[in-house]
Each structure stands twice: as C-alpha cells, then as structure tokens.
Design a protein around this ligand. Structure first.
Ligand SMILES: Cc1ncc(C[n+]2csc(CCOP(=O)(O)OP(=O)(O)O)c2C)c(N)n1
Ligand SMILES: [Mg+2]
Length: 308
C-alpha cells in the first residue's frame, strides 16, 4: 500500500476516534435524550468496511453504528445534530442513534432490534441477485446478536440461494452486561460456517491496512462465487471503567454498553491502551509518534471547528 494511502487511512481512524471522544464530552454533560452506543476500539473495521464499499454496495447496521456512520458520512456534524434530534441531522432528527441510516452514503438500514438487520440484509442480497446487480450487501452484527435465530436462518438462506454478502461479526465478548462465558456455551463460528460450506475468516490484528486489503478480496470472492463470507472481528470496546462499591474494593469492571465513558475526555489522551486492543497504538507501528500526534492535533481542531 502506498504511503499516501496509509496516511489517509490513519487519518480516518483518528477522525473516528476523536469524533467519538467529542460526542462523549457532550454525552457526559447530559446533552442527549437518545442512548448512544460508542464504539471506541471498533474503528479499524469501520474504516475498512467503508473503504472497500463501491458503487451501489449497501451497509446494514446495528444499535452500535456510530463508527460506520462516521466513516460513511465523512463528517461529524450531521451525526451530532441527529443525536440532538435537530432537523439538520443526518436523518432530519427522526432516527436518533440506534436506527441511524444514511441512504445517500449506502447505509440503508440500522436496527435497534437485535438480529433484525440480518434477514433484512439477506433480502437485499436476494434483490441484488434478482436484479443481476454486481454490488454487495455488508451486514454488521455482534457476539450477542448471533444468539438470535435470525443469524442462523439468514446464513442458511444466503448459502442456499447463492447470495453474495459479507457478514461482519464484531465480537467484543459482551452482550449488555454479560460476557460470553457468563451467559452461554461457546459458539464455534468456524465449525458452524464450515457445516454450511460458508467461508469463514477471522480478524484479530486491529490493523486497518490488513483489514482493507483482506475485505476487498472477500468482497470480490463473494461476488465471483455467489456465496456469503462470514468475518469474525475480535475487538475490545474501550472506555470501560471500574466502579468502587462495598463488595468490590478494587472496583467492579463496568462494560458501559451504552452511555458516556466517564474517564474518556478530549482533554485527556486519545490512546487508551498500549496494546493491539487500541488501533491508535497499532498505527504507531506504521508511523512515527510525532506524525500521529500532528495528524491527531489537526483533526481534533478541525472537528472542534466543525461542531462549534
Ligand atoms: C430482540 C432484542 N433483544 C434484546 C435486545 C436488548 N439488547 C440491546 S443490545 C444487546 C446486546 C447486544 O450484544 P452484541 O450483539 O454483542 O452487541 P454489542 O452491544 O456488544 O456491540 C441486547 C441484548 C434488543 N435490542 N433486541
Ligand atoms: Mg458484543
């Protein structure tokens, strides 16, 4: 990948991170009436999905959609105005956060009903086949949502009908306040996909450059082979904190699911961990620290001006 392209991608990652931090600043002040699900730590996959979309490709999202909507819209203002339910918002203030779509940019549907977007996406993929349209549907779901029957039904439907689709499973291990091991048996997605003859891939590097080149290949493969591809993305939702109570002197780990992240602030660092769980840390393997800092400073001040 050319260095110039890498710079653009890094800027996108930082824009998504910093935009969310600015949303969080306002969220902490109690500005919003709608619940917002931040996706700090989910930036790499959102940047990659948006980067590989072409022509009439369609993106179908869940309750946690801020990162994809920011990536597709290319700006923060419309999304922020939507969260304020203003008429100038991306969806004229009618959809708020959990159901926010943006038809002009290929985000055709987002659902607050868990698992509901999967059959909708399958129907859109069937539509592409009927119209002989060379475009793809990309649907995003979570490790909680795949517990819904619609996940299994949709995959069987896609495979049986020879439909192209990318199914992105954001596995952050959490569904509301429960980790996978607290709430269910493990689901071996590789084996499950294999049992249907569906191609399955796993992402865990948090490297947006790698994700883009692989996803672009899967998109082409899915279209050429008229078959779906399941991509499980292992990631960590950042911004969690510890709440000290009598029973938890060390502090109880809080996965905040929706709502503001109290420890996150635009006055503080925008890197949360020095591990690959944090895509900004991963970027530091590709750029000098000063380069990232200069990009971040410039993007933050642009964003602040945009929403002033
Ligand atoms: C049909 C349905 N059941 C339950 C809920 C409540 N609910 C909202 S988000 C969520 C957990 C989702 O977990 P996951 O799919 O892993 O997404 P994450 O929030 O971790 O990104 C649940 C149970 C819902 N919105 N819809
Ligand atoms: Mg989850």
């Amino acid at each position: 990948m050319e260095h110039q392209d890498k710079i653009k991608i890094a800027q996108e990652v930082l824009r998504l991170r910093l935009s969310q931090i600015l949303v969080n600043d306002r969220y902490k002040k109690g500005d919003f009436k709608v619940p917002i699900h931040l996706a700090l730590g989910h930036e790499a996959i959102a940047v990659a999905v948006s980067a590989i979309m072409e022509g009439k490709d369609q993106l179908v999202l869940t309750h946690r959609n801020i990162h994809y909507n920011l990536a597709r819209a290319g700006s923060l203002k419309g999304e922020l105005d939507e969260y304020y339910l203003k008429p100038q918002g991306l969806a004229r203030g009618l959809l708020g956060s959990m159901n926010l779509d943006n038809d002009n940019r290929g985000v055709v549907y987002s659902s607050s009903i868990l698992g509901n977007n999967l059959p909708v996406a399958a129907g859109l993929s069937l539509g592409n086949k009927v119209k002989s349209q060379e475009s793809i549907v990309i649907v995003v779901t979570g490790d909680g949502a795949i517990e819904e029957g619609s996940f299994y039904e949709s995959l069987v439907f896609l495979k049986s009908n020879g439909l192209s689709e990318l199914i992105i499973i954001e596995n952050n291990q959490w569904s509301l306040a429960t980790r996978i091991e607290e709430r269910r048996c493990p689901i071996d997605l590789a084996k499950f996909a294999d049992s249907l003859g569906v191609r399955y891939e796993i992402f865990s590097s948090n490297n947006p450059f790698e994700y883009i080149s692989k996803l672009a290949d899967y998109r082409q493969w899915s279209l050429s082979n008229k078959a779906p591809v399941c991509v499980e993305v292992q990631l960590t939702t950042l911004g969690h904190w510890r709440m000290k109570t009598d029973g938890y002197p060390e502090g109880k780990f809080i996965n905040y699911h929706a709502g503001p992240a109290p420890d996150v602030d635009s006055q503080k660092d925008y890197i949360f961990t020095s591990t690959k769980e944090d895509v900004v840390f991963v970027l530091r393997e590709h750029f000098k620290k000063e380069e990232i800092e200069a990009m971040a400073d410039r993007i933050l001040s642009q964003l602040q001006k945009e929403i002033a």
